[in-house]
Design a protein around this ligand. Structure first.
Ligand code: FAD
Length: 283
């Protein structure tokens, strides 16, 4: 039986995968448990939600990501409880896993600010499933509008409301505008997709929804982030400008929901530290 120190990691996202990689040592046995068997590059979810990328381009099997790391095994399972006294992790299927050290990197979930009933109507954007739901809704709206003659109804179908002007909301709004004004602009006969209206709502005053990140920091940190995403060709200056601006909003979100494994650092540092992995199609 192995005498090595047993480390269990819950979650194979940014935090969990980074921890596993740093534990690539013959001094420890690592078990990484995740409820899905793939690593998801969340920063590009909005592109799946708007049809620019397919789900497979931003997801990579955890097993293959860690295949060369011989001290690490990957388990598919949902952790439902932890007993810190007996140092055991409980999975939904009844399996119990013992550990010497436990790292919990289970991420976060979308907050509806006490209005969970909105969930039925407005999907969050944290998973492939939610991204494809949003994509369906957006593309379906254009299709319906194309077949409606009443201008008011048509206008309604071409109005998109995004709640939350944080990074996800800003990026998603920008991406909807991009498909409306560029991708779809020649594809319809009755409607003009570029006339779609995108409304971005936020409870905070406009100035406060913008993080206090110096321009210099945002511009300096982002190119690395863009480069680490293979699905992205290098953006042209115009697109880049928009992305920089979108991603500037991201800093605050990162600070709001820090990974338990990530030290609290300045916003600019967080951004570059948050991209330790390459998206699947890079190599
Ligand atoms: C749309 C969007 C865009 C973003 N853009 C950026 C960006 O540009 N730059 C940036 O730095 N950050 C960005 N972020 C934030 C970044 O993705 C998160 O900060 C980061 O993913 C958090 O890492 P994590 O390891 O804590 O959680 P996650 O990456 O969410 O990983 C958590 C993992 O835990 C697993 N898990 C959860 N519960 C259980 C359970 N009970 N049992 C087993 N497994 C479980 C999940 O399946 C998941 O794989 C963005 C986020 C979103 C949603």
């Amino acid at each position: 039986m192995s005498e090595r120190w047993k480390v269990v990691i819950v979650g194979g996202g940014f935090g969990g995968l980074s921890a596993a990689r740093h534990l690539n040592s013959n001094l420890v046995d690592v078990t990484l448990i995740d409820r899905r068997n793939y690593y998801l590059f969340q920063p590009l979810l909005y592109q799946v939600a708007t049809g620019s990328l397919s789900p497979g381009e931003i997801a990579s099997p955890l097993r293959s990501v860690l295949s060369r790391q011989k001290n690490t095994r990957v388990w598919l399972g949902t952790v439902v409880d932890v007993d810190a006294d007996s140092k055991r992790v409980f999975l939904a299927d009844g399996t119990i896993v013992s550990y010497d050290s436990l790292i919990v990197a289970a991420g976060s979930q979308t907050s509806y600010f006490g209005h969970n009933e909105w969930q039925e109507w407005a999907a969050g954007l944290k998973s492939i499933e939610e991204a494809t739901t949003i994509r369906h809704k957006i593309l379906y709206a254009f299709e319906v509008a194309e077949r409606i003659s009443d201008p008011e109804q048509r206008r309604a179908w071409l109005t998109f409301v995004v709640v939350g002007a944080g990074p996800t909301g800003v990026e998603l709004s920008g991406a909807i505008a991009e498909i409306a004004r560029q991708t779809l602009k020649d594809d319809f006969r009755s409607i003009k997709p570029e006339e779609a209206q995108i409304i971005l709502l936020d409870g905070a005053p406009r100035e406060r929804s913008r993080p206090a990140v110096p321009e210099q920091t945002a511009a300096g940190a982002l190119p690395d982030a863009e480069c680490s995403s293979p699905a992205h060709p290098r953006p042209n200056p115009q697109t880049a400008q928009r992305r920089y601006q979108s991603c500037a909003h991201l800093f605050r979100a990162c600070e709001d929901v820090p990974s338990p494994l990530r030290p609290a650092t300045q916003a600019g540092e967080v951004l570059s530290a948050s991209y330790p992995f390459q998206s699947p199609r890079r190599s």
